[in-house]
Design a protein around this ligand. Structure first.
Ligand code: SAM
Ligand code: SF4
Length: 346
C-alpha cells in the first residue's frame, strides 16, 4: 500500500502515454507547442515494468491519458498489457474521442473498461475554434461507438472557457434528458504558458450551475449511490447547496428533473477535493507527478534506464508518495509552471 504522510491511501495512477495530440485545444496547449523527442518518453517495455511496480504497490486503478492516448503507437496492445497486469482492477481512458469510431471495439476487446470523452460544445464551428482544427462529428461518432461496444458508463468532459463556449453549457446539460451519460463540467485550471488565458477566461462551477438552473431546469444534488454510476462515490459539502451531492471521483453530481443521465462539476479551482485525493500521475517521460497542480515530481525513467533494481524503484515511488503535497496552492497564486496540461494528462 502507498500511503502519504497525511494518511491518504494512494492507489489510483493516471498514466500519460504521450505528450502529443491530434488537436490543439486553446485551454490546454499553445498552438506552436514543441513535443518531446520520442526517445525521452517511456518505451513499451519500460511502461510495462513501471505498471507492474505500481500494481505491486497496491495501485489497482489506472487511467490512460495524454496528450491524446489513442495516437500512441500500438495503443491496443498497450491496453492489453496493462489490463492483464496482476493487481489492476480498473482500467479507463480519457480521450478526445477522434479515433474512437475505429478504436472503441478493439480497445474494449483488449480490456479497456470505460472512457471519458472530451467534448466542449455541440456546435461545429465553436468546436473547431476551441480545438483549433477538430471535427465535432468524429467525436460524436466516437461517443456513440463507445456506448455501443460497452465502454460504459459514458462520461463526457467539457471545459468551459469564457468567450469560447459558455453558450454550450445548457445544450450539453440537456443531453442528459436523452442519454444515460454523465456530463462533467470542468473549471479551467492554470498551467505554464497558458496560465494567463486560463485565469482570465475561467467560468466557475457555481456559475455553470446557475446557467443550467436558469436556462434548462431545476438541478438537484445526486445523493443516491445507485444513481451515481461512478466507482469512488462519497459525500462532501459544496459551498452553495443545502443538500450534499455525491462525489464521483472529482465530480460533484447533480441531476435535472426527469433526466436519464447526471451532471458532474469538477471544481478543482474553487472547491478543491484534495482531502479525498487518492491519485498520482506518471508523465509520458516517466516522472511520478504527485499533484496535478504542483511542480513536484520524481524521475523514475532515468534510474530505470540506469539499471535500478525493483526495490530501488519501489522505494523511490513510496518516498515520493509519502511526500505528496497536501493540495494545490491556487488560492495563494501558486501556479505550476513546469508543464502544460497536455504533458500531464489531467
Ligand atoms: N486528449 C485527451 C482529452 O482531451 O480528453 C486526454 C488529455 S486532456 C489533457 C485530459 C482532460 O483535461 C480533458 O478533459 C481536457 O478537456 C482537460 N483539460 C485540458 N486542459 C485543461 C485545463 N487547463 N483545465 C482543466 N481541464 C483541462
Ligand atoms: Fe489534446 Fe486533450 Fe489537450 Fe485537447 S485537451 S489539446 S485533445 S490533450
Amino acid at each position: 500500500m502507498a500511503l502519504d504522510k497525511f494518511g491518504r491511501n494512494i492507489h489510483y495512477l493516471r498514466i500519460s502515454l504521450t505528450d502529443r495530440c491530434n488537436l490543439r485545444c486553446v485551454y490546454c496547449m499553445p498552438e506552436d507547442i514543441t513535443f518531446r523527442p520520442r526517445m525521452e518518453l517511456m518505451q513499451n517495455d519500460e511502461l510495462a515494468r513501471l505498471v507492474r511496480l505500481f500494481a505491486d504497490l497496491g495501485f489497482d486503478k489506472i487511467r490512460l491519458t495524454g496528450g491524446e492516448p489513442t495516437i500512441r503507437e500500438n495503443i491496443v496492445s498497450i491496453v492489453g498489457m496493462i489490463a492483464s497486469t496482476p493487481g489492476v482492477k480498473s482500467l479507463s481512458m480519457t480521450t478526445n474521442g477522434v479515433l474512437l469510431p475505429q478504436l472503441a471495439q478493439p480497445l474494449k476487446e483488449a480490456g479497456l473498461q470505460r472512457v471519458n470523452i472530451s467534448i466542449d460544445t455541440l456546435d461545429e464551428k465553436e468546436f473547431r475554434k476551441i480545438t483549433r482544427w477538430g471535427k465535432l462529428e468524429q467525436v460524436w461518432q466516437g461517443i456513440l461507438e463507445s456506448e455501443r461496444v460497452g465502454l460504459t458508463p459514458v462520461k463526457l468532459n467539457a471545459v468551459i472557457a469564457r468567450g469560447f463556449n459558455e453558450s454550450a453549457i445548457a445544450p450539453l446539460a440537456r443531453l442528459t434528458y436523452e442519454h444515460n451519460w454523465q456530463i462533467r463540467f470542468i473549471e479551467m485550471m492554470p498551467f505554464g504558458e497558458v496560465a494567463d488565458f486560463q485565469q482570465s477566461q475561467i467560468i466557475r462551477a457555481k456559475e455553470m450551475r446557475d446557467v443550467i438552473r436558469a436556462e434548462v431546469g431545476k438541478l438537484s444534488p445526486v445523493t443516491d449511490v445507485a444513481r451515481a454510476s461512478g466507482v469512488n462515490t462519497m459525500q462532501v459539502a459544496p459551498a452553495d447547496e443545502k443538500h450534499v451531492p455525491l462525489l464521483d471521483g472529482e465530480a460533484r453530481l447533480y441531476q435535472l428533473q426527469g433526466a436519464k443521465g447526471t451532471l458532474g462539476f469538477i471544481s478543482s479551482v474553487t472547491e478543491p477535493f484534495c482531502a479525498h485525493c487518492t491519485r498520482a500521475r506518471l508523465t509520458a517521460d516517466g516522472r511520478l507527478r504527485l499533484c496535478l497542480l504542483r511542480e513536484k515530481e520524481v524521475d523514475l525513467l532515468t534510474p530505470l534506464r540506469q539499471g535500478a533494481t525493483q526495490n530501488e524503484l519501489q522505494d523511490l515511488i513510496l518516498q515520493g508518495i509519502w511526500h505528496k503535497p497536501w493540495g494545490h496552492g491556487l488560492a495563494h497564486n501558486v501556479i505550476p509552471m513546469n508543464r502544460v496540461m497536455s504533458e500531464i494528462g489531467g
